[in-house]
Each structure stands twice: as C-alpha cells, then as structure tokens.
Design a binder for this molecule. Structure first.
Ligand SMILES: [Fe+2]
Length: 429
C-alpha cells in the first residue's frame, strides 16, 4: 500500500508531532539529513552481508553454554538482535507438550484461526503452556536475555531487577504443512505510533533523533521500563516491556516450514525506521535507493508503515515500497532449523515476519514465550494477569476476556511448584 498526501490516512495531528520532534532536537534538519545519508550507506553494505550469509547470520547458542559466551559472541547477538537457544528443554518434554495441545484442541470447543482448520489458538492456560512458561530453563533463558540490557551509567532503577523473570501468557500455533499465511508480514510489535508520540518511548531513540545514530543503544533499559507502548489500549497489543519476544519449538522447524523471519540488525533498522517519517522520496521508485532522491519533509502527517487500526494504530509494518532501503526481499532472514525444545528470541524492536509458505511435512508448532524482566509497570500487569489465570480467562492484553474454565486440560496455580515459577506469575513476591 502506498501512502500519498492526496489520500491522508493518519490524523492531521501527526504533522504537528513531526514539528514538535524537529523542534526538540537542536539543528534537527541538518543532523537528521546527515544521519539519513549515513544510514542509507550502511544499509546498502549490511544488506549485502545479510543476503550472502542467509540463515547462518542468526546466532545460535546452546542453552548449556549461555554463561560461557565471550564478549564477542554477546556483541554479535546484541547487534543482530535475534538468537536461537538450542536445547532449553528436552526434546521429549517439548514433544509431549505438543501432543497434549493436539489433544486439547480436539477435546475442547476452542477458538482459533483459520475457521474450519484451526492452527492459531486464542488459548492461554493449557497445561502445556503453564508448564512451559514455568520451566526453570525457560526462566533462566529469560534472565540471560534480560541481562543483555544495561542501565545507563550502570545506575540501577527502583523496582527493576533483570534477574527476576516474569511470565507473560501468550498463545500458540500448530501450523499444518501447506496453506498460505499472509497475516504476519514484516512488522514490529510492542508499540506503534507510540514509538514517536509517547515522550518516554521516543526518548529510547533520542540518539537517533539527535543525529548520533551510531550511539543508539537498543539495550539501554532506562526509558524502556517506563515507556507506554499502548497509549490507546488497543486489543492484541502487548502493554508490558518484553526485552525479547520469543517462542519455544515443539516440532522440528526448518526454513520454508512457516518459520520466523527477522531483519538481523536492530541498530540499523531502528535508525532507519525512526527517521523514515521525516523524509520523502522525490523520484519514481526505480531510483529510490539513492540518498539524493530523498529530502527532509515534515509537512505530511503520515508515518510510513503505521496506520489507524481499531482503537489505536497498527505497525510499524515496513514494506518494499515505503522502506526500500531495508531491501526486505533480501534481508528478511529465516531462522535456522530448530528442534523440539529449542527457543528463538528477537529483541522487542526487531522487524519480524512469519514465512507465508510451509512446504515441510510436519506441523510447525510453537508456544509464544517472551523474556520479561521485573519492572514496576510489568509487575502491575502480572497482578492483573494472575487474576485472569485464577479465573481461567484470557489476559488483559487480548481484548474481551474469553473463558477457558470449562475446558479439559487447563493448568492451575497448583501446577506451579518452583519458587521461581510462582514468583514469575506473581503468586509470591
Ligand atoms: Fe509479531
């Protein structure tokens, strides 16, 4: 979809927002224009590197080695923004969770998509999910990921503890071979227009807006913990801070088996995405890659890739047409093959998509389990989520509450035995 000033899609106030941001950072036009040129140059270089490496570009580590990684390994994971952690859980245990889920969706009158051949389920409290989220290794992986973040100048913040993982209840999918999924094109979750509009969220990107984009640290937690990602309270928008989104594989999933794709350089995609609304192309699309074909322009309210949706906004959803320098056809990289019990994580700003095709022979089945640290905002969500768990209803982030009470095979607080798991769910403090 192309945006144009003739068919305005974003409310007029976003033109004022662009002017406000331009006024907030000294010499914004010059600095942003210089940065824009540098970012375009760097994207041309890095996108070649990504295309040449393919799935090997995504770092892979063994769960057992997490504490033995070198600074160089960690730097690579931080830059690429995604990581596969192998063998977090035993294959047999993850396979058993899949078997239980297969049974669950057969036995119970559950909701899911697509209608008639359900593969994506609006369920939160099946025993498999409750057990997987509570698994000590899953929680340990979460702590490790949370600790990739840093406090500015090393100063700890009240109520924030990267070593205390919280449990965020999300859904699962059991995708069958064949079919065509186009409902997850490249996108970023956890905040839409809020990334520009909400003052604290915008502060996460202040080095980009002030022209020092190379200094931008996607892992500086200072403003993340208080950023408000859901100003409009839109359903299906995470309101908490997830350091990394993630999933746990319950089957073997290779590229072309409906797996996850990521843009594997979070510094660059953030820098480009955040400055993109301040520039327009002056030429036809064939010359769009040349920096000379773009000019600073803050007169339109459009935020390319962001659109009004339900009570709020959706996106960013970068596209080839609107974000040509990301070269999404070349750079959206499928994660390498994973086996049951492996986990895949991607930083909360990473552009990701789900492959449209699944040409494999077995189900591509995952439970969505992100990494979440203890912060005051997250803790208050966990309190509300616990109430939903006790009532076996869908959690607050997912719209009208749906009931799971009558289903056979749900988990309950009694399933959570370990102190760490109980603390992660807010059952103990
Ligand atoms: Fe997503």
């Amino acid at each position: 979809m192309e945006f144009s000033n003739d068919a305005q899609q974003m409310p007029a106030r976003f033109r004022e927002l662009k002017h406000k941001i331009a006024a907030q950072y000294p010499d914004f036009e010059n600095k942003a224009t210089t940065a824009w040129g540098e970012i375009l140059e760097e994207l041309a270089k890095v996108s070649k590197e990504i295309k040449a490496a393919g799935s090997n570009y995504i770092p892979q580590v063994n769960f057992a080695d997490l504490d033995k990684l070198t600074e160089e390994d960690l730097a690579r994971i931080r830059t690429r923004g995604s990581v596969v952690i192998k063998d977090v859980v035993d294959d047999a245990e993850a396979t058993e969770w899949k078997n239980l889920l297969d049974e669950f969706v057969k036995k119970n009158p559950v909701e899911g998509f697509p209608e008639g051949n359900k593969q994506f389920f609006q369920l939160y409290w099946t025993k498999s999910q409750v057990q997987a989220r509570a698994h000590p290794n899953v929680l340990k992986a979460s702590v490790w990921l949370n600790n990739l973040y840093k406090f500015k100048d090393g100063k700890p913040m009240d109520g924030v503890d990267l070593n205390v993982p919280l449990t965020y209840a999300d859904r699962f999918r059991i995708r069958h071979p064949g079919g065509h999924w186009d409902n997850h094109p490249p996108h970023v979750d956890g905040g839409s227009v809020e990334r520009w509009e909400e003052d604290t969220f915008r502060a996460c990107f202040e080095d980009i807006f002030s022209g020092n984009w190379r200094k931008h640290d996607p892992y500086d937690i200072t403003n993340r913990v208080n950023a408000k990602a859901d100003v409009y309270g839109r359903a299906d928008q995470a309101s908490i801070f997830r350091s990394f989104q993630g999933w746990l594989a319950m089957t073997t999933i290779a590229p072309h088996n409906g797996t996850l794709q990521v843009f594997p350089n979070v510094l660059l995609s953030n820098s480009y995405n955040m400055l993109r609304p301040f520039f327009t192309s002056t030429v036809s699309s064939s010359d769009a890659l040349d920096a000379k074909s773009w000019k600073f322009d803050i007169e339109s309210p459009e935020i390319p890739g962001v659109l009004p949706f339900r009570s709020g906004f959706q996106g960013p959803r970068p596209t080839e047409a609107l974000h040509p320098h990301l070269r999404l056809k070349d750079t959206m990289t499928s994660v390498p093959e994973v086996n049951p019990g492996d986990m895949v994580f991607w930083h909360c700003d990473v552009i990701h998509a789900v492959e449209t095709e699944h040409i494999g022979k077995e189900d591509s089945a995952v439970m969505y389990i992100p990494a979440v640290p203890l912060t005051p905002q997250n803790a208050s969500y966990i309190e509300r989520q616990l109430k939903a768990f006790e009532d076996l209803k869908s959690p607050a982030d997912y719209g009208d509450p749906k009931n799971e009470q009558t289903f056979v095979g749900v988990g309950t607080p009694k399933d959570l035995v370990d102190l760490g798991a109980r603390r992660a769910m807010g059952l103990v403090h």
